[in-house]
Ligand binder design. Structure first.
Ligand code: NDP
Ligand code: MG
Length: 375
């Protein structure tokens, strides 16, 4: 039986993870669970997993039934709880520290939190090596690439192609996007996800983060990583090998497949996910429009700049998206914040946690100031 900790168990990824675990009671034992604000939902999960330690990260005030509280409590739980694997389904840069602590306490890491790789990828891989642990991507495209690349020599791979559904505004000119409301942007055509990633899918910042994530995860030059819009979300990514053959991973748009593959790794189990019928809609592939979706072009710019730039990309976008959701800035202003901040000077994080946290904090302060003064 694998002992599993699920971080962010009340979110979209977390809920899918809990459903899979419920489907395989013989294989997994849940030893701890965390949520940020949904206290009742967390307590309800304790009924199915009575042995699980509970962490509520959003408060420091004592709460009935909670074993640990706050950000520090989460780290302490990871230190004090023995487990084989941590599923990190926390949203945003808040996921980085728990990812680091999971590896330092010798647990494998099933990583949905892409911000961990974007902001701290190099540090994460050095820790995984040091503690001899595995980092398994849960993001559907990266899970697809991970499986497609298995057993291949890097020099035989000439291109990684990330697919993007294009989100709800794929056909909407940039000018028209100015009027987009949070409610419109939250409605994704193919996937049901948390609020932040849904907005990122509408601006294509999600694909931008995924380009940086793939670049850091698979250690291939940036020129070998490309994006194609594939509206049907059936092909989750492709690789091109040196002989110009393409290999792709096809499955229904359901996060349960990559989550289950990470949970069972290195095994592959039959899954209850929908059967993929290729005789359905025609599959189409298009080049993304970088003028209509500046966040995608800015991600390449951030990766090219390297050093602190991916942290700047991630942090400025996170602040801008939160402001958009509160109605403080417009949809097309999200990319203006990132575009401006990427061209500013930032300290080199030098792949240390302290360095990363310093850049992240400075970026957030500057993003707030920029929105106040310029937008
Ligand atoms: P949700 O917003 O649905 O869930 C986030 C989870 O994290 C919730 O359990 C929430 O707790 C918790 N949380 C929120 N803020 C904090 C914090 N500051 N500290 C600790 N915990 C916190 O997000 P998703 O499940 O959609 O996404 C999670 C991660 O997975 C993101 O990094 C996303 O990019 C990635 N991902 C998601 C996909 C999806 O299909 N949803 C697909 C691929 C990647 P509470 O509910 O109690 O507030
Ligand atoms: Mg994805």
């Amino acid at each position: 039986m694998k002992k599993v900790i699920v971080l962010g168990c009340t979110g979209s990824i977390g809920a899918s993870t809990m459903e899979i675990i419920a489907d395989f009671p013989e294989d997994f034992s849940v030893v701890a669970l965390s949520a940020h604000s949904h206290e009742q939902a967390l307590l309800a999960l304790k009924e199915q997993h009575p042995q699980a330690r509970l962490v509520l990260t959003g408060t420091e005030d004592a709460r009935e039934g909670m074993d640990y509280l706050g950000k520090e409590g989460l780290l302490r739980m990871l230190e004090e709880t023995e487990a084989d694997m941590v599923v990190n389904g926390i949203s945003g840069a808040a996921g980085l520290l728990p990812s680091i602590k999971s590896l330092e306490t010798e647990k494998d890491l099933a990583l949905a939190n892409k911000e961990t790789i974007v902001t701290g990828g190099d540090l994460i891989f050095s820790l995984a090596e040091k503690y001899n642990r595995t980092v398994l991507p849960v993001d559907s495209e990266h899970s697809a690439l991970f499986h497609l690349l298995m057993g291949r020599k890097p020099e035989t791979v000439s291109e990684l192609i990330l697919t993007a559904s294009g989100g709800p505004f794929i056909d909407m000119p940039f000018e028209e996007q100015r009027k987009v409301t949070p409610a419109q942007a939250l409605k994704h055509p193919n996937w049901d996800m948390g609020a932040k990633i849904s907005i990122d899918s509408a601006t294509l910042a999600n694909k931008g983060l995924e380009v940086i994530e793939a670049w850091k995860l698979f250690h291939l030059p940036l020129e070998k990583i490309s994006v194609l819009v594939h509206r049907q979300s059936l092909v989750h990514s492709l690789i091109r090998t040196a002989d110009n053959a393409l290999y792709g991973q096809f499955s229904a748009p359901d996060m349960k497949l990559p989550i289950q593959n990470a949970l069972f790794y290195p095994e592959l189990r039959p899954v209850k996910a929908a059967y993929t019928d290729l005789c359905g809609p025609s599959l189409t592939f298009e080049k993304p429009d970088l003028v209509r979706f500046p966040m995608l072009a800015l991600a390449y710019r951030a990766a090219e700049k390297g050093g602190p730039a991916p942290i700047v990309y991630n942090g400025s976008n996170e602040v801008a998206v939160a402001a958009f959701l509160k109605g403080r800035i417009g949809f097309t202003q999200i990319s203006r914040v990132t575009a401006a901040l990427l061209e500013e000077k930032w300290p080199d994080p030098q792949d240390t946690l302290e360095g990363i946290e310093t850049v992240d904090r400075l970026v957030r302060e500057r993003a707030e100031a920029f929105m106040g003064a310029e937008l």
